[in-house]
Each structure stands twice: as structure tokens, then as C-alpha cells.
Design a protein around this ligand. Structure first.
Ligand SMILES: *[C@@H]1O[C@H](CO)[C@@H](O)[C@H](O)[C@H]1NC(C)=O
Ligand SMILES: *[C@@H]1O[C@H](CO)[C@@H](O)[C@H](O)[C@H]1NC(C)=O
Ligand SMILES: *[C@@H]1O[C@H](CO)[C@@H](O)[C@H](O)[C@H]1NC(C)=O
Ligand SMILES: *[C@@H]1O[C@H](CO)[C@@H](O)[C@H](O)[C@H]1NC(C)=O
Ligand SMILES: *[C@@H]1O[C@H](CO)[C@@H](O)[C@H](O)[C@H]1NC(C)=O
Ligand SMILES: *[C@@H]1O[C@H](CO)[C@@H](O)[C@H](O)[C@H]1NC(C)=O
Ligand SMILES: *[C@@H]1O[C@H](CO)[C@@H](O)[C@H](O)[C@H]1NC(C)=O
Ligand SMILES: *[C@@H]1O[C@H](CO)[C@@H](O)[C@H](O)[C@H]1NC(C)=O
Ligand SMILES: *[C@@H]1O[C@H](CO)[C@@H](O)[C@H](O)[C@H]1NC(C)=O
Ligand SMILES: *[C@@H]1O[C@H](CO)[C@@H](O)[C@H](O)[C@H]1NC(C)=O
Length: 469
């Protein structure tokens, strides 16, 4: 769907919902929306969805002569408001600006013109953005619309396969926004499908039977690699604060405030469609901020933190088991929705982007830099596993955010896929002895040692209470 169509769709909603309520001051957004999409890759995955930028040109379609036998999806919830903790930090910076007694000068002068901060209701924190709760109803980057559009793309892509597979369970982690994303997706698929939404608990007590293993992992300490991450220079934050303070004598923004401006930019895009604060940064500052996010993801949630291999093995083992059982299972479409870190953990164990080189905190690398957090897990991220058979053989392949990403060591099948037996061998080497329960010290919070919901949902019926996290 083009951006124009998105806007029209959003406006169609406006006519019925709150026809005369469009604040005039956001009229300029109509012309400005769409002009900031080049910034999305620099926002650490907090901003709106975008397709994987380094598409190798491999068609997503099933290679000719092949037939799909199973589709799996692990997707992130869509565009959202900030978390409670980020929201509070942003409001602190916003307060500092509001208390500035003079007119703003320079790049902050947009605040003088009737600007209203994009967090207008604390109840929206943690929540998916929708047409209804958007700051400007013409916002084309809502999580709601992204999920509905994704479902339509899924339908179009796999139409023939879905024709014979219209009854299946969809799985969502028990977070409100994750659930909502799955619900919008299901709604958009329409009533030709009979879908049972299973909501899997995010409570630590669910142990290994979870889509969000981070919450069941008391052994995981994000501070463990702080010494490495702290080597990264934050001079770009000081530059931003100094520049803005220089333009506005008496304004005392700190490095922390400068850092908050990036999250403001990302989440205002999700909630409004356009953000003046994004225009404060130089391209160089955006690049430095983006690499900072790569570093933190790498050392807290990714390959730089050895425990993650075991955390990601939980879903990867289940995924392998589903692939191996594709002939026996009636269900052939396995769609799951969760959080960004859980997807990153899984990609880490899978090794799809693992070139074996550690990210260097002492400078900003360019050549050979494959670990781009925002490219993997923007809002609405989607990782598909395709299994297809051609002649007598089966093959497995990954599609990350609309791009086929071949396994570097196994891509000689049709469409750069990996022959299934070779794939199982590869995947089992990566997961061998990666024991989530033990590595995470799960026993201190739960006795549930196995992920079973894919196999017992029909009798257990997962309907966890939704959490605001
Ligand atoms: C829909 O699927 C459920 C199983 O999840 C089944 O019990 C029910 O009969 C199905 N309904 C229709 C209309 O096919
Ligand atoms: C595991 O949990 C137990 C009980 O809470 C605690 O005593 C122990 O220190 C933990 N071990 C690790 C490695 O976190
Ligand atoms: C306004 O900011 C500009 C830089 O954008 C600066 O040159 C100028 O001195 C500032 N004016 C005041 C009154 O501070
Ligand atoms: C900024 O800091 C200066 C020097 O400490 C102080 O005089 C001024 O009041 C502060 N400005 C604001 C808006 O707090
Ligand atoms: C498929 O397997 C059958 C039985 O093993 C064999 O006869 C046939 O030649 C195979 N076809 C291809 C295209 O490899
Ligand atoms: C790919 O193969 C090379 C050489 O055998 C090996 O060093 C590397 O670890 C492999 N990479 C992955 C992701 O398995
Ligand atoms: C994944 O499976 C391997 C065996 O293939 C096992 O060694 C490992 O402990 C399993 N990990 C999890 C988290 O299930
Ligand atoms: C696990 O089971 C043991 C033995 O039944 C029990 O004592 C312990 O409290 C349980 N732990 C948790 C976290 O539920
Ligand atoms: C779920 O169980 C019901 C009742 O046993 C059965 O009719 C239905 O086919 C099952 N659905 C799936 C997808 O296994
Ligand atoms: C889930 O379903 C069970 C059985 O129908 C019910 O007892 C329980 O209250 C439900 N839980 C929630 C959170 O809705």
C-alpha cells in the first residue's frame, strides 16, 4: 500500500470516528508526513517499520517447481507509544524545555508555535498506536495499520497455500500490545479463516513455556557487559546538548536529555507521523546514535552475551521441531507475536547475521558491519521461516522484514535455501547443550521446563491475563 493510500485509509476512519476533531495545527503534517522515512533505520528499532535495507534481490516467492509445506512467523508488535519508564524520562526532558522562560531560538523554535507534546495521555504508554489514539489521525505509521497491512501482504504472498489452510491457532505473548497486534492481524485476514488466538503468559512462572523467555530468566543481567558498552564515546550527545544550549542561552540540556530526544523523535513518528525534533540531529549524530543501539543490543541481547544462545534456543528448538513434523501436523501455518528482544535472541542462536566478529565499542565501523539492530527488529518486525519441497527434497529459508536472508554456510538450494537435512544438522549444532532452563536459573521462578504451547494449545487453551509491559 502506498503512503497516500495509507493516509486515505486513515482519513476514512476519521470521517466516521471524530469527523470535526482534527486539530488545525497539525495540518502541516499532511505535507510533512512521509518526508522522514530515511531516518527510520537510525532510530534503534523504536521508530516505524521499514523493510530490510540490504535486500540481495532474491525473490520471496516460492522457487518455481517447489511447493510450500510449512510457514512460520515470529513477529514483533507494531508501532507503539514509549514504555512507562521511557515515557517518564521523556516527560522530564519535556518539562525542562517547558520551564525555559524565553522564546526558543534555532532548531527548537518549533516549540514556540503552539507545539503540543506527543504524550498527551499516560494511559497510552506501552500501548500500540492506533488511528484512534494517534496525536494526529492522519498518522500512517500506527501499529494497528501496520498489522492490518502485514496481514494483507501475508494473504497476497501465500494465497494458494492459505486456500487449503484456513483453520489454525495464532500465538501471542501476554502483553497488551502484542495481543493487539495479533488481533489486528487476525481481523484483517477476515472471516474466511477460523483462527484461535492463544495468549501465552509473560509471567516468570510460565518458565520455559513462553514466547518471551527474557521474563523467565532471572540469571540475565543486562549490566554484565556495561564495561564494554561504556567504552563507546558519547561526545555526540554532548555536542547536541551544547548546540541547543548555545542557541538558547540559559537552557541547560544534559547528555541524558540529548539521548531522550532520539526516543522522542522515534515515538512521535509512531504516534503522529511526523516529528520536528527529528530535524534537530545532524546525519553524523544519527549514525553515532544508531551504532550505539547496535552495540547495546549486541552485548545485552545478542551474540556478545553468551547466555543469549541458550535463551534463543528455546524458540529455535520449537521451530525446528515444527519443521521436522510438518508432514504429521494438521496445522501448517504457525504465526507467533512477541517482543523485539525475543526475536533478536532467536536470530542470535540461529546465527543468520553472525559473522563471528565482535562489535567494537571504540569506533563506528562501516565496512563488514552486519549487526544493525534496527534492520532486524523495527516496530512490526517479521521473521518468516519457509519450508518447501522441490522434487523429492525439502528446503528451509528465512525472510526477514521482506528480504530473503540466506544462511551464509548453507544456501545451495533453490532460491538460496538450505536443504532440510543440512539445515537440521546446522541448527542442532547451534542449539546443542544450549539449555535455557539451566543457563537462566529458571528453577528459581518456575518448574516448567518445556515449551509445549504449539502442541497442547487445543486442550490447554492459553488465555493469559494481558500485562502492560
Ligand atoms: C474453528 O476451529 C475450532 C478449533 O479451533 C473448531 O472447534 C471449530 O469447529 C471451527 N469452526 C468452524 C466454523 O469451522
Ligand atoms: C539461582 O537462583 C537461586 C535461588 O534464587 C540463587 O540462590 C542463585 O544465586 C541463582 N544463581 C544464579 C547463577 O543466578
Ligand atoms: C539563535 O541561534 C543562532 C544559531 O541558530 C545563533 O547564531 C544566535 O546567536 C541565536 N540568537 C540568540 C538571541 O541567542
Ligand atoms: C541553567 O544553569 C545556569 C547556571 O547554573 C542557571 O543560572 C540557570 O538558571 C539555569 N537555567 C534554567 C532554565 O534552569
Ligand atoms: C524421487 O524419489 C523416487 C523414489 O525414491 C525416485 O524414483 C525418483 O527418481 C525421485 N525423483 C527425483 C526427481 O529425484
Ligand atoms: C561457517 O563455516 C565456517 C567454516 O567452516 C565456520 O568457521 C563458521 O563458523 C560457519 N558459520 C556459521 C554461522 O556456522
Ligand atoms: C535445544 O535442543 C538441544 C538438542 O538438540 C538441547 O541440547 C538444548 O538443551 C535445547 N535447548 C532448549 C532451550 O530447549
Ligand atoms: C518447584 O517444585 C518444587 C518441588 O515440588 C517446589 O518446592 C518449588 O517451590 C517449585 N518452584 C517453583 C518456582 O514453583
Ligand atoms: C482441536 O480439537 C477439536 C476437538 O477435538 C478438533 O475438532 C479440531 O480439529 C482440533 N483442531 C486442531 C487445529 O487441531
Ligand atoms: C482462562 O480460561 C479458564 C478456563 O476457561 C478460566 O478459568 C480462566 O479464568 C481464564 N483466564 C483468563 C485470564 O481469562
Amino acid at each position: 500500500m502506498s503512503l497516500q493510500n495509507c493516509i486515505l485509509l486513515a482519513l476514512a476512519g476519521v470521517h466516521t470516528a471524530h469527523a470535526l476533531n482534527i486539530p488545525k495545527k497539525f495540518k502541516a503534517d499532511l505535507y510533512n508526513i512521509g518526508t522522514q522515512e530515511h531516518l527510520f533505520p537510525y532510530l534503534g528499532g523504536a521508530g516505524p517499520y521499514f523493510s530490510y535495507p540490504e535486500n540481495y534481490g532474491i525473490p520471496i516467492d516460492t522457487p518455481s517447481g517447489c511447493e510450500i509445506s510449512q510457514i512460520q512467523l515470529l513477529a514483533r508488535h507494531g508501532e507503539r507509544y514509549p514504555s512507562l519508564s521511557k515515557g517518564k524520562k521523556l516527560l522530564k526532558t519535556w518539562n525542562t524545555l517547558q520551564n525555559f522562560p524565553d522564546e526558543f531560538n534555532g532548531s527548537l523554535s518549533f516549540i514556540n508555535d503552539d507545539y503540543e507534546f506527543f504524550i498527551q495521555d499516560m494511559d497510552n504508554l506501552e500501548m500500540e498506536t492506533t488511528t484512534e489514539n494517534s496525536v494526529n489521525a492522519i498518522n500512517p505509521y500506527t501499529g494497528e495499520m501496520n498489522a492490518k497491512k502485514h496481514a494483507q501482504e501475508f494473504l497476497a504472498q501465500y494465497a494458494d497455500f492459505l486456500e487449503d489452510n484456513r483453520e489454525f491457532a495464532v500465538f501471542a505473548a501476554g502483553s497488551q500490545r502484542v495481543h493487539d497486534t495479533a488481533q489486528y492481524f487476525i481481523e484483517s485476514l477476515g472471516d474466511k479463516f477460523n483462527i484461535s488466538l492463544q495468549v501465552v503468559s509473560e509471567e516468570a512462572s510460565s518458565g520455559a513455556n513462553t514466547l518471551s523467555p527474557g521474563y523467565s530468566c532471572p540469571g540475565w543481567d543486562p549490566e554484565d557487559n556495561e564495561d564494554i558498552i561504556s567504552k563507546y564515546s558519547t561526545s555526540y550527545l554532548k555536542d547536541i546538548a551544547q548546540r541547543l544550549n548555545g542557541e538558547n542561552p540559559g537552557l541547560n540540556l544534559t547528555k541524558t536529555d540529548a539521548s531522550n530526544l532520539f526516543t522522542w523523535c522515534a515515538f512521535e513518528l509512531n504516534a503522529r507521523g511526523y516529528s520536528e525534533i527529528c530535524n534537530v540531529f545532524t546525519p553524523e549524530e544519527l549514525i553515532r546514535y544508531s551504532y550505539y543501539n547496535d552495540l547495546t543490543a549486541y552485548y545485552e541481547d545478542g551474540p556478545g552475551y553468551p547466555m543469549i544462545q541458550a535463551v534463543g534456543a528455546l524458540y529455535l528448538n520449537a521451530s525446528i521441531k515444527l519443521l521436522e513434523q510438518s508432514e504429521e501436523l494438521d496445522q501448517r501455518v504457525w504465526l507467533s507475536f512477541t517482543h523485539d528482544t525475543d526475536i533478536l535472541n532467536y536470530l542470535t542462536t540461529l546465527g543468520l547475521f553472525d559473522d563471528g566478529k565482535k562489535l567494537d565499542p571504540t569506533y563506528t565501523p562501516f565496512r563488514d558491519h552486519v549487526f544493525h539492530k534496527s534492520w532486524f527488529i523495527p516496530q512490526g518486525a517479521r521473521v518468516y521461516t519457509q519450508k518447501f519441497s522441490c522434487s523429492n527434497d525439502s528446503y528451509v529459508r528465512y525472510v526477514v522484514n521482506d528480504a530473503v536472508i540466506p544462511l551464509e554456510n548453507c544456501s545451495d538450494g533453490p532460491g538460496f535455501s538450505c536443504e532440510a537435512k543440512k539445515f537440521y544438522k546446522y541448527a542442532k549444532e547451534r542449539t546443542a547443550n544450549q539449555d535455557f532452563f539451566q543457563a537462566c536459573n529458571v528453577s528459581s521462578v518456575s518448574n516448567t521446563t518445556e515449551l509445549t504451547f504449539f502442541w497442547d494449545w487445543n486442550t490447554t487453551h492459553y488465555n493469559a491475563t494481558l500485562l502492560r509491559q
